[in-house]
Ligand binder design. Structure first.
Ligand SMILES: [Zn+2]
Ligand SMILES: [Zn+2]
Ligand SMILES: [Zn+2]
Length: 152
């Protein structure tokens, strides 16, 4: 996804996360918010070790478990999605609505475009139901070249 004003885009996402947490009685602590803001620094995948190095300062080295706990919280509240194929994370811009993400990952520029499709989800449910398979986690990731990279 390529937005026109990313500062606005990221600020909106953080504000939305605050509202979602407030509505659910969950606490977006400073470290959770810092991790979310860092993930929202762009529309590319962010790895846990990137977060550790970017959020640590000379006088304050953030320990991996701190980052992992913050990531677990953000995942649990749907504020971010895990990108299984990259072992990385991306912010979600509609955490207030229950959905299954389809992540389109550009292998040229790294931009990730999130979409969701109810018909596709119903089809997946139908297929798994037919196999009496109880799905606990669903991940749809498409790798390829985004519209912008194809044009360039
Ligand atoms: Zn943006
Ligand atoms: Zn999402
Ligand atoms: Zn691209």
């Amino acid at each position: 996804m390529h937005c026109l004003n990313h500062t606005h885009c990221a600020e909106t996402a953080i504000e939305q996360a605050e509202q979602v947490c407030l509505a659910r009685g969950a606490r977006l602590t400073p470290i959770r918010k810092a991790v979310l803001a860092e993930i929202w620094s762009g529309h590319e995948a962010t790895k846990a070790y990137d977060l550790i190095s970017r959020l640590s300062t000379a006088g304050n080295v953030i320990k991996p478990p701190t980052i992992y706990r913050a990531l677990e919280f953000l995942l649990a509240h749907g504020l971010i999605h895990r990108i299984e194929s990259l072992n990385a994370f991306i912010g979600c811009d509609h955490p207030d609505i229950a959905h299954q993400a389809i992540l389109m990952i550009c292998d040229t520029c790294g931009a990730i475009n999130e979409q969701s499709n109810e018909a596709l989800n119903q089809l997946i449910t139908q297929i798994s139901d037919q196999q009496a398979f109880k799905t606990t986690h669903q991940s749809i990731e498409l790798h390829g070249i985004c519209q912008r990279c194809q044009a360039g």
